[in-house]
Design a binder for this molecule. Structure first.
Ligand SMILES: CC(C)(COP(=O)(O)OP(=O)(O)OC[C@H]1O[C@@H](n2cnc3c(N)ncnc32)[C@H](O)[C@@H]1OP(=O)(O)O)[C@@H](O)C(=O)NCCC(=O)NCCS
Length: 206
């Protein structure tokens, strides 16, 4: 039977619009322009690169975690891959002469940016790299009209808690038995993104 003209015209219209519709529904929320700095200076004066991670950085994200967590990546390949695919998530990754050295994972929520993971490999720690990645991600959050940055941290992770408090994160509620592997509690922390402007000035982020 001949297809009704109305239906055929509708199908043609949808096909013609497919690219536009795919773009609206599936394009990532972040783009290159939102990353306001693409390098960071180490204490020895050398520069490290910072970029949005893509699928080709999957192994690098796993390697960084393994270097930070005694060979065990808490976020395995499947979990990282799934985050890399979501339009509401992104990673920033840093390389020094081709070596992956640090990353931050972010999940975009309606009002906030949530840090899903952050790590700097031991030889590059305590040079301000994690602080810088947090602030770059916070700036992206501001551009997307988010007002808060949130995260959970293991109660025993004193180094990370110190890092977050130094940036201005405030302690929130304690989530009892949050971590499956050892039943450890998590501390919720949050940063009001209005605070980010003073940091931008201090770190000369423009
Ligand atoms: C936590 C971590 C990401 C910090 O990375 P980093 O690049 O060294 O962080 P920064 O250099 O920006 O640290 C800034 C501040 O954080 C605090 N800090 C960071 N690491 C610390 C540590 N191990 N012990 C004590 N304080 C620490 C310090 O106050 C430091 O400032 P200072 O050097 O002026 O004292 C890194 O140690 C790491 O990858 N750890 C293993 C993974 C992890 O625990 N991730 C956090 C999950 S919630």
């Amino acid at each position: 039977m001949k297809e009704a003209t109305g239906l055929r015209k509708f199908k043609e219209w949808v096909t013609g619009k497919k690219e536009e519709v795919d773009y609206m529904l599936f394009r990532p929320l972040v783009d290159e322009k939102m990353l306001i700095q693409k390098s960071y200076q180490l204490e020895n004066g050398e520069m490290v690169k910072i970029s949005f991670a893509t699928n080709s950085d999957l192994d690098a994200i796993i390697q960084i975690q393994e270097a930070c967590y005694d060979g065990q990546a808490p976020w395995g390949r499947a979990a990282v891959q799934s985050e890399l695919r979501k339009r509401t998530s992104f990673f920033l990754i840093s390389y020094h002469v081709g070596l992956p050295i640090a990353f931050i994972g972010i999940s975009l929520r309606p009002q906030s940016v949530h840090v899903t993971n952050i790590a700097t490999i031991p030889p590059y720690q305590k040079q301000g790299l994690a602080t810088f990645l947090i602030l770059l991600a916070a700036n992206i959050g501001k551009k997307l009209d988010r007002t808060l940055m949130t995260l959970e941290v293991r109660m025993s992770n004193e180094g990370a808690k110190r890092l977050y408090r130094k940036i201005g994160f405030e302690d929130g509620k304690i989530k009892k038995n949050y971590y499956h592997n050892n039943g450890e509690d998590a501390l919720d922390m949050e940063l009001n993104l209005d605070k980010v402007d003073e940091y931008n000035e201090y770190l000369q982020i423009k």
